[in-house]
Design a binder for this molecule. Structure first.
Ligand code: LMR
Length: 394
């Protein structure tokens, strides 16, 4: 049966974890996967999460099935975080939200739903984009193409290239957009840039699919949702895949959500019924623990304040590491762009050969494209990382 099965290539991001785990060097550093590590190099267990978990454990709750679209209070909290508590969309009940298995799971159920709705639509992703975007949409049966995004010469955004490409997409094309903290480049659009993108999306009748996996890691919870809220104000229908993996440090619990903005409550009811069929035939219904914890935190004033403070500390620590890296790399060149980038990632400009050298000679792991996770830097490894980068770029 399996004699003709070929060996698949290692995942470009998660595959690095396997190689990193197998590396015996004590001073190895994992700048590959998008995970926030604290100043001591550990994946943090947030205090807000600990307190919510303690209460859940003490409550000794039974383990029944969740509804197909997850915990209602969780879904409502997701909507408030994304669209803002006073959003008319929420008052009009035009948004459908379903708990999903992380941001990836949200993208997947969105893609499956869209495949039923618009089977022939092309999907456009940014160049570059998160490695899994292309694979995920192709796996759902779509043809995937790219729109220009990153300008290597300026380490910034190629807005004109992006707008031109979006303008030439056919009506109904699905456009995957990173709402904040672009993965892998860390280069984001300004609000003025978003306004221009939204004009094109509306004029061409495109279907925006916003991916927001790092809300709170750029400039703040509300600031990072600016693009989502601008699309909401623009009166278009769109999709949002969101995740609490990073913002709650709950990676393995797979806590995310898909939100679909529709034109009316009546539409929302019908869309929700179809989305539930997609979920039911994929994994039936989502797991309880992670979403229950997130819901408990977001729906409790005190825990929420604790979480917001902890998220703020993570954001500030990443910023400090960006600054520290730029300072230490000054002798090797101008890396000031790293400080302008947002979120966990920096497109460092390192070539794949330089990334190989970092790994082989120094035990420093980065994605082959040159993406480094600055959220994995700390006072104990930043000098070594800067020295190694300076060596490989010399
Ligand atoms: C990343 O890009 O490193 C994260 O989103 C983790 C993943 O699933 O790839």
């Amino acid at each position: 049966l399996f004699s003709s099965v070929e060996l698949a290539p290692r995942d470009p991001i998660l595959g690095l974890n396997e190689a990193f785990g197998a590396d015996a060097r004590a001073d190895k550093v994992n700048l590959g996967v998008g995970v926030y590590y604290d100043a001591k190099g550990h994946v943090p267990l947030l205090r807000a999460v600990r307190e919510a978990e303690k209460a859940r454990l003490e409550a000794q709750l039974p383990r029944g099935y969740l509804p197909i679209d997850g915990i209602a209070l969780y879904d409502a909290a997701v909507q408030t975080l994304l669209f803002g508590a006073t959003s008319p969309l929420l008052a009009d009940r035009r948004v459908v939200t379903a708990q999903a298995l992380g941001g990836t799971g949200a993208l997947k159920i969105g893609a499956d739903f869209l495949k039923r709705l618009s089977p022939a639509a092309p999907v456009a992703i940014s160049n570059p984009s998160w490695e899994n975007h292309r694979a995920l949409f192709e796996n759902a049966g779509f043809t995937v193409q790219e729109y220009p995004y990153y300008d290597a010469a300026t380490h910034g955004l190629n807005l004109d290239g992006m707008l031109n490409a979006l303008s030439s997409l056919p009506a109904g094309a699905i456009v995957v957009l990173h709402a904040c903290c672009h993965n892998p480049t860390g280069v984001d659009l300004t609000e003025a840039d978003w306004a221009r993108v939204i004009d094109v999306v509306r004029a061409r009748g495109l279907v925006p699919f916003l991916d927001i996996a790092y809300q709170g890691f750029g400039d703040g919870i509300d600031a990072d949702a600016a693009a989502v809220r601008m699309f909401a104000d623009a009166g278009v229908s769109f999709f949002v895949a969101s995740s609490f993996s990073k913002s709650f440090s709950l990676y393995g619990e797979r806590v995310g959500a898909l939100s679909i903005v529709t034109a009316s409550h009546d539409e929302a009811v019908r869309v929700q019924s179809q989305l539930k069929r997609v979920i039911r035939t994929n994994y039936s219904n989502p797991p309880t623990h992670g979403a229950a914890v997130v819901s408990a935190v977001l729906n409790h004033e005190g825990l929420r304040a604790t979480w917001e403070a902890e998220l703020g500390q993570m954001r500030e620590r990443i910023r400090a590491m960006r600054r520290g890296l730029v300072e230490r790399l000054a002798r090797a060149g101008d890396f000031g762009f790293i400080e302008d980038q947002r979120g966990m990632f920096s497109y460092s400009g390192l070539s794949s050969a330089q990334v190989d050298r970092l790994r082989e000679e120094f035990g420093i792991y980065a994605v082959g494209t040159g993406r480094i996770c600055v959220a994995a830097l700390n006072d104990g490894n930043i000098d070594r990382v800067a020295d190694a980068i300076a060596t490989v770029v010399a």
